[in-house]
Write a protein that binds this ligand. Structure first.
Ligand code: DGJ
Length: 573
């Protein structure tokens, strides 16, 4: 009995102590995982908070994020537009107004407000250059052109573009950027900031290269050994533009720039590409030492009217310069295009060569934006998409008024609608991207005219056509579709203004629709609404003609930008 009492007393004391401990000592908080890029299947995905993340973003106008008060008028629009990420400028002039004196308060507010509004943030570091030009460096840099030299043109003119030859400029930019990254590491413990863009659309404007005496001397010297070694080691995988120039000049493994790559504009451009890439790699590297977030740069892409580099920023991360950028800037993870030109698919293909991860930091909003986003994500394995100037192109609900002119005929903003659908099935999309079981179509009536396309996925060829109109209703100008193969005979389709038909790849049978449902994904789970049949799936009645092309006459109809998803089960006869 006595023993029992002692044991009981002992157990009680232990229990009290344990409970007390549990109450008083806080559980160590699990730090949120660092955002990182990860290769999954054939695509590179962005991992955020430990799982793949689809970036449904928008980029702000250049000056918006410089003021916390101004941003208060914008956050609601960003939210109602359906963004999960905002791309916002942090300007060197604002965070280091005096040399060595840093003020990150605007960035702190931006991070806090993005978090409060349920969004992630990609910081755009506007340091030495923005659109080729230098205007975001602090006044103490601007005013000291001896310490921070400008480029010279062939004719000897000085332009307001900092020269990549400015060693002190580079050091100052590195120092400020590293300070910012350190600050983000120290303050952003729940990882609101997921990526960083370094500079903006860099390259020499107004001439093919920099003629500052130091630049001219370097141009006349040997191509750096590091670059030559890279080209030799990666010879078979080089992009055709790069390989052709090198081969045409004789494939030498040493010599001056003109000896190795030939005399001409492209060599000037390659020289500048190396100069910018190595300058900016030092920035990326110093930043990653402080806090290793994924880093990208963006390209002002070549425009149809451009005749020479310098009409567009020469030496920027344009597609034809990617090998040089890879060699010179291994710490930069993505070389991204800003695509305002209409032929979005062709340009994106050019910028996704050699495994370059796909992300579009600047492009269109509205219905074009919706089609671009769907195509990039569904067909090109993109990490995400981001229209520029989103606060004036986003969706303000009808209770508060404005819908952009482009979207006035729609009952909701098409980008918002598309982002909504993509976001509700984002984990599913990311899984399909990794498995290679997703495709997408991007259609336009003109410029370029791509009124139909056929996607092969699994056992079926899937034909997507801009919808046919009856009576004299105007033909839609843009259409898109995203198709995910859920199982052998089971597909989920998202679409806008298209008809979608199926035929077996084997060519020996007809594909029939066993069942069609419309619905939505809620947290990546299919929730069916109507069962579609009859007029909703009968596309034609000339069955004999349809049969000749292995079709049943039935298919999926998507009308307008607010069509629900459709899930179809197929069979063959
Ligand atoms: C491209 C630039 O990268 C952006 O910062 C902005 O200036 C847009 N052009 C304006 O269209």
């Amino acid at each position: 009995m006595k023993n029992f009492k002692i044991v009981w007393l002992y157990a009680t004391i232990c229990c009290v102590l344990l409970c007390g401990c549990a109450r008083t000592s806080p559980q160590p908080e699990k730090a949120a995982e660092l955002p990182r890029l990860e290769k999954r299947g054939d695509v590179t995905q962005l991992i955020v908070d430990g799982k793949p993340f689809l970036v449904l973003a928008g980029e702000l106008h250049n000056s918006s994020s410089s003021s916390t008060a101004y941003m208060q008028t914008i956050w609601q629009t960003l939210k109602t537009t359906g963004l999960n990420t905002v791309l916002a400028v942090v300007a060197w002039e604002q965070v280091e107004p005096e040399e060595g004196v840093f003020d990150f308060s605007v960035l702190d507010d931006l991070i806090r407000d993005a978090r409060t509004n349920g969004m992630k943030l990609a910081v755009l570091w506007f340091g030495s250059w923005k659109n080729g030009i230098s205007s975001y460096q602090p006044a103490w840099v601007k005013k000291d052109v001896t310490r921070f030299p400008l480029i010279k043109t062939k004719s000897g003119a000085s332009l307001n573009i900092l020269s990549t030859m400015g060693e002190q400029t580079q050091q100052a930019d590195v120092k400020a950027y590293a300070a910012m990254m350190r600050h983000i590491r120290e303050t952003d413990t729940d990882r609101t900031v997921i990526m960083v863009q370094i500079e903006n659309e860099v390259g020499v404007q107004g001439d093919t290269r920099d003629y500052h005496p130091d630049a001219a001397a370097k141009f006349k010297s040997a191509v750096p050994e590091a670059l030559m070694n890279y080209l030799v080691a990666n010879k078979e995988g080089l992009l055709p533009e790069q390989r052709t120039a090198w081969d045409k000049a004789g494939g030498k493994t040493s010599g001056t720039w003109e000896e190795v790559f030939g005399v001409g504009d492209y060599t000037d451009e390659l020289f500048m590409a190396w100069s910018y890439a190595t300058y900016m790699n030092a920035i990326a590297e110093a930043g990653k030492t402080e806090y290793p977030l994924p880093v990208f740069v963006n390209a002002w892409i070549v425009q149809p009217q451009d005749k020479h580099p310098g009409d567009y920023p020469s030496g920027g991360p344009q597609a034809q310069n990617h090998d040089i950028w890879r060699a010179g800037a291994p710490s930069i993870d993505m070389l991204c295009p800003d695509i305002y030109l209409p032929d979005f698919p062709s340009i994106l293909k050019l910028y996704s060569r050699s495994g370059n991860p796909v992300f579009i930091p600047e492009s269109s909003a509205g219905i074009y934006g919706a089609a671009n986003a769907v195509y990039a994500i569904g067909e090109m394995g993109a990490i995400g998409y981001s229209p520029f100037g989103i606060e004036s192109r986003g969706y303000v609900s009808s209770t508060t008024g404005i819908v952009s002119a482009n979207d006035a005929i729609r009952d909701v903003n098409p980008l918002t609608f598309a982002y909504g659908q993509l976001s509700l099935m984002s984990q599913k999309i990311l899984e399909h991207q990794a498995k290679g079981s997703i495709r997408a179509a991007w259609l336009r009536d003109a410029n370029p005219a791509i009124p139909e396309t056929t996607l092969t996925l699994g056992k079926y060829k899937i034909k997507v056509e801009l919808r046919k109109t009856r009576n004299s209703i105007a033909v839609p100008s843009v259409g898109y579709a995203l198709v995910m193969m859920e199982a052998d005979d089971e597909y989920v389709v998202m679409g806008n203004d298209v008809d979608v038909t199926f035929e077996p790849v084997d060519g020996a049978h007809v594909a029939g629709l066993a069942k069609v449902q419309e619905g939505d994904f809620v947290n990546d789970e299919w929730v069916a609404e109507r069962w579609l049949n009859g007029d909703e799936i009968q596309l034609r009645y000339d069955l004999l003609e349809a049969q000749k092309i292995n079709q049943s006459g039935q298919g999926l109809r998507f009308r307008g930008n607010n069509s629900k998803l459709q899930k179809v089960w197929l069979y063959e006869y």
